[in-house]
Design a protein around this ligand. Structure first.
Ligand code: FAD
Length: 837
């Protein structure tokens, strides 16, 4: 049983990829700093480490995964609370609050958090602080940071503890729950209108799309707006427009704390001017205009001297120089007082074991730590082929990878996805280690351990990090150094930065006032830690700083585009190779981590790849045979759904010699399956690579048709779209063959960039509108199931809206009726999505 302390609360997290866990740990640290004690547990520890019904004060942080499902670690907990046998007063002694994490690119945003919140209320639990819904599409921190900032005083108040000097100066009633009932974030691409919308007890925070920030004037207007997305600007009902607490930030107005040799690790925690003034001098504010000015002029000098070097190393720094950039800020931010996050305590040390050896090849992947959404162990699957599906002149290159799963224990159904565990590119690992001055130690065995007496709560070597390995191994397979650095890392990097202008800029980027700059110059352009170190040349962090702050390298899921009925021992998946040019703060061109790696494997299966592309001697576009008129090897065989089996087995024999293997695993929560009843009509919508799982469906139906020709099949409508008929029409031969064999009843294809009559359909939505009447009949009268696959950011939403328009036009239904109808279709699993960003 836990020791009952009057400053104790239970902090629970349900994490899929580690984000909820990281946020919970952050809450725990901030709470500890305020004299609270967070008893922190993963939700999977229910009944073992905690019993929710026995608790009185609980904070939950929970993510949503898949189609709105709970993370695997929360399944047991959620199942328990869902039990119909629980009485309505089951949680009557529980007071709680909840932070839901989600991604509004997907339907059912924060569904797990929202349904859990609903259930807790049904069971008589009482919220002591309103729930927050953080959106990964705009940055979790936009909601999470102010939510956490106000949470700490809310817990303190709830536990009837005195607010310390650094907590809110509001009277206790001022920070009580229900001041706000919800913080919502909406994304707004061009609006300069009021960022805050107040609707009864709901606060909406509009986020500016930084891609529209293009000139100095805009920049400054955005910078002004930046204040509107942090908690300072949240308008609390009945309160003036100001922050509720000053709990967790350090004022860095003062240069006296920002000297080269002085650590600000132990700064007094204070708030910005205006608020601390209101605190009647209770807070020892660090503020000195003189020193502040000195720092600013230092910055200017340093920027003009050192900035040039950085500019040379980063196209982005140069490009946006006049309007602010990763390295340079413009007023008002450059002149602003800053509040930055508390520095989290160091907790790891590395000892190099010069005399020992470690065989990294024998180390299990990521220290054997289980992968999120894994329904199988990681297995090494042999790559049978890697084919180019697009013409060389295509804007995006699409590849199809075929792997053997024979003997791996992995099975699949058409529509499933598998995950690929990919490494970081070796040249980037080298560059990072060189930048850290650790090239010589790259392959020296090392021991990673926790610093004795660290102030970090529950300090431990991350589970995905082998305590004994090499830097090479660690940075190649375990840590994600491409991800945009979190503010806590920027804050930590400040400690190791000698140039005052660099330090000031890092402060800005992790400060509350610099929220928009963080989004514009780090998050949106996907600036990684190597880019950052390329720019901030005076920053020399120890490797432990990166191990402590970098996230785990995540596997990438891919939808399978084959049917196991036809190919039980192999599967194929299709993807576009992601190209990320240098610029906007990125100091070098890179390809998508996984897609770039898979493309690079072609050298290992080169015999096949060359043959597939039609040989080297042919002209660019003629290498690519979309119509099937070219040679009948490789890509065409794949394009047409593997071609004949003899050809396939021959290819496999050739390729197995190369023995290229990739680590993959099967995934949980696989719901994108076609109905067992073949008579049910299908509406399949999958432009671009979104067609992949639909090909699997069709292959399966073709196979069933072949085996049982007498069985009636329902209508199948397929909506496909791409840029150009002759460049990126994926699986063209295959799809046309499916029409010939009546597996597909109606194939509606659109080309967005081809020269064609003005009224020709350009997008799948245009074709849907064109056949709106038929679609309504199929769905309403014939009970069709709809499958939408591909891009989550735009396509899935546009398709949704098109259905609304079609039903309004053909059935005269209102928007509410239509959304009710589609909600019902989703519940009945007649409207399914397999979408990704
Ligand atoms: P990453 O290294 O992860 O890079 C991609 C990220 O880089 C983007 O998210 C973006 O933040 C950033 N970025 C990209 N371009 C730019 C730019 N110009 N400037 C700045 N930043 C940029 N993908 C498929 O292609 N086919 C599939 O069948 C498929 N199925 C999926 C199924 C599921 C269930 C899920 C969740 C995803 C699926 N995906 C699929 C997506 C896939 O998992 C990967 O996300 C995708 O292939 C990119 O991976 P990557 O490692 O190559 O790119």
């Amino acid at each position: 049983m836990p020791v009952i302390l009057n400053n104790r609360f239970l902090l629970l997290y349900g994490s899929q990829t580690g984000q909820a866990k990281a946020i919970a740990e952050d809450i725990a640290e901030k709470a500890e700093a305020k004299g609270l004690h967070a008893d922190i547990h993963c939700l999977s520890q229910t009944e073992k480490k905690f019993k929710i019904e026995r608790e009185s004060c609980v904070v939950l942080v929970i993510s949503t995964t898949g189609d709105g499902e709970p993370p695997d670690t929360a399944l047991k907990f959620v199942r328990h609370l869902k039990k119909k046998t629980l009485k309505s007063d089951y949680l009557s002694t529980l007071n709680y609050t909840l932070l839901g994490l989600g991604d509004s690119n997907y339907t059912n945003f924060c569904n797990c958090g929202k349904t859990l919140n609903q259930r807790l209320l049904e069971l008589s639990a009482k919220p002591f602080y309103p729930p927050g819904w953080a959106d990964d599409a705009v940055g979790l921190e936009v909601v999470a940071e102010p939510w956490i900032e106000n949470l700490i005083p809310a817990i303190t108040h709830f536990l009837k503890l005195p607010l310390d000097n650094n907590q809110s100066a509001r009277s206790s009633t001022e920070i009580v729950p229900h001041i706000i009932s919800e913080i919502r974030v909406t994304s707004e691409s061009s609006s300069n209108s009021d960022t805050l919308i107040q609707d009864d007890n709901i606060i909406s925070v509009k986020i500016i799309n930084c891609k529209n920030v293009s000139n100095a004037n805009n920049e400054s207007s955005v910078a002004n707006d930046s204040t509107k997305v942090d908690s300072d600007s949240i308008v609390y009902n009945g309160f003036p427009k100001e922050r509720a607490t000053n709990g967790s930030h350090i004022d860095l107005t003062s240069g006296s704390k920002i000297t080269e040799n002085t650590s600000i690790r132990d700064c007094v925690i204070v708030n910005g001017h205006s608020f601390s003034e209101r605190l009647n001098g209770n807070i020892s504010e660090i503020s000195s205009d003189k020193v502040s000015t000195a720092i600013m002029s230092d910055s200017v000098t340093a920027n003009s001297l050192k900035g040039d070097n950085a500019v040379n190393s980063s196209v982005g720094c140069k490009k946006e120089r006049d309007t602010g950039s990763l390295m340079n800020s413009v007023p008002p931010l450059s002149e602003s007082s800053l509040t930055v996050p508390i520095l989290s305590p160091e907790y790891l040390k590395v000892d190099f074991l010069d005399t020992e050896t470690v065989n990294v090849d024998e180390l299990p992947l990521q220290n054997g730590c289980s992968f999120p959404s894994a329904a199988s162990p990681v297995v090494m699957a042999t790559v049978q082929s890697i084919c180019t599906l697009t013409a060389p002149s295509s804007v995006k290159k699409a590849l199809a990878v075929t792997i053997s799963i024979a003997g791996t224990g992995i099975t699949y159904q058409a529509g499933d996805a598998i995950s690929v565990v990919c490494p970081n590119p070796p040249e980037e690992v080298e560059a990072l280690l060189k930048r850290l001055g650790l090239q010589d130690k790259a392959d020296t065995p090392m021991q990673i351990s926790v610093i004795e007496g660290t102030k970090k709560k529950s300090a431990a070597v991350p589970k995905h990090v082998p305590p004994k390995c090499t830097l090479h191994h660690l940075f190649t397979t375990c840590l994600d150094f491409r991800e945009p650095p979190k503010k806590a890392l920027l804050r930590a990097l400040m400690e190791y930065t000698s140039d005052a202008s660099h330090q000031r800029r890092l402060q800005e980027l992790c400060s509350k006032q610099g929220a928009v700059d963080y989004t514009c110059f780090i998050r949106e352009p996907s600036v990684g830690v190597l880019d950052l170190l390329d720019c901030f040349t005076s920053c020399m962090p120890p490797v432990t700083c990166l191990i402590e702050h970098l996230s785990r390298l995540q596997p990438r899921p891919y939808s399978v585009c084959t049917s196991s009925r036809r190919y039980p021992d192999s599967l194929q998946f299709v993807f576009n190779v992601v190209e990320i040019p240098a610029g906007s703060g990125r100091s070098y061109h890179r390809k998508g981590l996984c897609t770039g790696w898979l493309e690079g494997l072609r050298s290992g299966v080169s015999a096949m790849s060359k043959a597939e592309d039609g040989g080297d001697n042919r002209s660019e576009d003629s290498k690519f045979s979309m119509t099937g008129d070219g040679d009948k090897t490789g890509s065409e065989a794949m394009n047409t759904g593997f071609g004949d089996s003899e050809q396939l087995s021959l290819q496999m024999q050739n390729l197995s010699l190369n023995n290229v293997k990739i680590p993959i695993f099967a995934r949980t929560n696989q719901n994108f399956h076609q109905p067992d009843d073949l008579t049910i009509p299908l509406i399949l919508i999958g432009p671009g690579t979104g067609v992949a799982p639909l090909i699997g469906f069709l292959q399966e139906r073709a196979e069933l048709k072949r085996k049982n020709p007498e069985v009636h099949h329902g209508e199948v409508w397929l909506f496909y779209g791409c840029r150009h008929r002759d460049r990126d029409y994926l699986f063209r031969d295959t799809l046309e063959a499916f029409v010939t064999s009546s597996v597909v009843t109606r194939l509606c294809v659109s080309f967005s960039r081809d020269d064609q009559p003005a009224d020709a359909p350009r997008y799948v939505q245009d074709n849907m509108r064109r056949h709106g009447g038929d679609l309504v009949t199929l769905i309403q009268d014939k009970g069709a199931c709809v499958y939408v696959c591909g891009d989550a950011r735009n396509m899935a939403k546009d398709v949704n809206e098109t259905f609304v328009d079609i039903f309004a036009e053909h059935k005269g239904l209102t928007k509410d009726d239509i959304s009710g109808l589609f909600m019902k279709l989703r519940l009945e699993k007649r409207y399914r999505e397999d979408v990704w960003t």
